[in-house]
Design a protein around this ligand. Structure first.
Ligand SMILES: [Ca+2]
Length: 265
């Protein structure tokens, strides 16, 4: 018995070493040289606006005092021009029944609207919203945000964000969005503000704050408090982030939500 007990510490260290090696050797954790543990932030509601509950929100962006929204579903997809002060609809621009609207972003007075599976990128003039197909992409269109006057970032429901030239929509760089090395998939609506990309994740009440250079998630924003129990009944997933520079706040909504929430994190 005494002899066996002498081996217990050595055996314990060996087993522990095997466990540590097993955990650290899994998949993506080794592929990120500088993983980050994200902080958790919470939404602070400073106001609300009404939101059309028939709007299956896919894209949300503020530009020059106007709130622009893209909605989805075949036969119901639209681009919408909304009053930033009271949330009312100024104008609705329907898409053909064959197109399923997705994310939008605005660059150089042009609105770029993704479509889900058709690969078509629609370009609208801000002052005269009539669209034409400006480009195509070879993947599903989910979310989009502009990160400079010449480039945008798109999501396609995976963990990959694609950086694209606005002129061609060709991809010149990708990042894998991750938390401490583990990939985060189902990335949806996007927004670029303060040097970070903010992303909705489909079916999640969290917004992910992402470092554009690395794909590291640096903050998890818990937005689960936005909808009360009764308001959740017919509401879909959180999906709509727009930075409002005048209010210095984010506007958040979701698919078929009754409200737009004006929040800080
Ligand atoms: Ca957005």
């Amino acid at each position: 018995m005494l002899k066996n007990n002498r081996f217990l510490p050595a055996c314990f260290i060996m087993i522990l070493s095997v466990i540590i090696v097993s955990c650290s050797g899994t998949g993506d954790s080794n592929s990120n040289p500088d993983p980050v543990i994200p902080e958790t932030l919470y939404v602070n509601i400073i106001g609300t606006l009404p939101h059309d509950t028939s709007a299956y929100t896919q894209g949300f962006e503020v530009h020059d005092g106007i709130l622009w929204e893209s909605t989805g579903h075949y036969g119901f997809s639209t681009l919408r021009k909304l009053n930033l002060s009271d949330g009312s609809i100024i104008e609705t621009y329907p898409l053909p029944d064959t197109l399923f609207g997705e994310g939008i972003t605005i660059v150089n007075e042009k609105i770029y609207q993704l479509t889900w599976t058709s690969g078509l990128v629609l370009e609208w003039d801000v002052l005269n919203p009539v669209f034409h197909v400006s480009n195509t992409i070879d993947t599903e269109g989910w979310g989009i945000c502009s990160v400079s006057s010449s480039s945008v970032v798109t999501s396609n429901g995976t963990s990959t964000l694609s950086f694209r030239e606005i002129s061609s929509f060709d991809t010149f760089r990708t990042v894998n969005v991750n938390i401490d090395g583990a990939s985060i998939n189902l990335l949806n609506e996007l927004e670029y503000a303060g040097g970070y990309i903010y992303a909705n994740r489909y079916y999640s009440d969290y917004i992910y704050r992402i470092e554009p250079e690395t794909g590291n998630v640096t903050a998890l924003i818990d937005a689960s408090s936005l909808l009360s129990g009764s308001n959740r009944i017919n509401a879909g997933a959180l999906n709509g982030i727009a930075w409002d520079p005048q209010r210095e706040a984010f506007l958040l909504t979701g698919k078929n939500w009754p409200s737009v929430f004006i929040v800080t994190f």
